[in-house]
Design a binder for this molecule. Sequence first.
Ligand SMILES: Cc1cc2nc3c(=O)[nH]c(=O)nc-3n(C[C@H](O)[C@H](O)[C@H](O)COP(=O)(O)OP(=O)(O)OC[C@H]3O[C@@H](n4cnc5c(N)ncnc54)[C@H](O)[C@@H]3O)c2cc1C
Length: 511
Amino acid sequence: MRRARVVVIGAGHNGLVCAAYLARAGLDVKVLERRQVIGGAAVTEEIVPGFRASSASYSLSLLRPDIYQELELAKHGLEFYPKDPQLFLPLPDGRHFFLWRDESRSLAEIEGIAPGDADGYRKFNAFWEEAVALLRPAVEATEPPSLDELRAYLAGKGREEVWRYGVAGSAADLVSRFFSSEEMRGAFASQGIIGTARSVYDPGTAWVMAYHYLGGELNGAGGTWAYVRGGMGGVSDSIAGAAREAGAEIWIDSPVGELMVEGGRAAGVVFADGREIPATVVISNLDPKRTFLSLVPGGALDADFLEKVRRFETKGCVLKLNAAISELPNFTSCPGAGPQHRGTIELSFSLEHLDHAFSDAARQGFSTTPFMEVFIQSVTDPNLAPAGKHVLSAFTQYVSTDVAADWEQVKASATESVLALLESLAPGFRESILAMDVLGPPELEEKLGLTDGDIFHGQILPEQSFAERFAYRTPLAGLYLCGSGASPGGGVMGAAGRNAARVVLQDVVDA
Ligand SMILES: Cc1cc2nc3c(=O)[nH]c(=O)nc-3n(C[C@H](O)[C@H](O)[C@H](O)COP(=O)(O)OP(=O)(O)OC[C@H]3O[C@@H](n4cnc5c(N)ncnc54)[C@H](O)[C@@H]3O)c2cc1C
């Protein structure tokens, strides 16, 4: 019997997960990647000779443990180092605190900064443990619930507050419920605005926060984050290893130009240079806008569906700065070398800080005092930089391309704000920079193919999540989605890739 030919467009980690499962099920799988490097936004790249960085995504938590086990990713080289401390939080007034993997250690730190908030921290952790247990099945389902169904399900369990504080509400409301100090509110609320062009006070940012608590199992505790050995490309390379072992072919430098449609169904792909590959099933790892508005030829999809695609909100708000540095930053609040360089350096001082960062960008295109997650992975993983030197990356918000016509000018101002804030906390930082690569929404779009530079293939607010996100089956027979624009959404999680593979297998077996 001839094996069904499957083409996966794009070798992001989700495309690779999907390919690995389908190849293991015996299908003839080809993955076609536009770039010369696989991994999409889960990638390690050399920024200047000798310095390698996770140029886009930087921390691992969400990857589903069953994917790790079923695809034997450890055997294929995936290794990670849970961050400890998870966070180092220098404050502008010269104080600092740490959050460790060990809750009791964090409680002592919190007592030192915000007496009274330690109890809130315990309750906050307990809230997430329960909320995540309730929400995770909805995220992992191949047919996720609608928002109404989810709300009714939570109400049925007597847990309306998980709906209110963990899905529909704002990150600011959520943290204010548990913490009374601005330091703690700021420290935790930032997870509600990651990649999201909204203020921390906007409804739905609670769900963005919940999303960032969905993982952590591989790191030994819910919601915890890790470095990947060799950078985030290590995730993609290990999945690619599993896919190749199962027989999948992965072609780089192979940009797909268009989908072939015959008799009302997907019939293969056409490369940018005109070559064709016929296929029974085509799976797109591209975001929904790129898939349906660029790859699918006109007339193959109905107008209502295309309107839904156009309305799907994609918005870049992140500026990622990757730098080669000659020495570690010396923080005034915590001088010398030590744990302050090992975890994520979280510059998220208060709700007001985060809200101002948002309103600045809405007005002038960049935040005067940005929110940042900074990390120096080479401290934990010295192979990433020459001896004695380091790679530093800063994930920063907000930027906006809507305000000023001249992006280069906005980018220069945004970069300057990032450097100025780091310099104010660690004097001498600027002088340590040997080279720097800065990626804002236009660069993320050009380099990684992310529409509007949206890091999640589309905002992950509730109105674009669960059944409201795109399904794996598309209205065009034979065409499927397996990337972050499909449910459950973005992040290095692999769930969309695995769910898409499940759905394809159901259809191929039933056919
Ligand atoms: C700056 C940044 C920081 C982030 N930080 C984190 C983090 O720390 N932790 C986390 O969990 N998540 C993070 N994310 C989100 C996460 O990285 C993404 O949601 C996830 O990696 C997307 O994976 P994907 O496989 O769905 O799609 P992608 O990674 O976008 O893969 C799509 C692939 O398709 C390819 N492609 C595009 N067009 C074509 C074409 N025409 N032909 C062939 N191939 C094509 C692309 O080159 C790409 O390889 C971050 C993202 C960014 C951008």
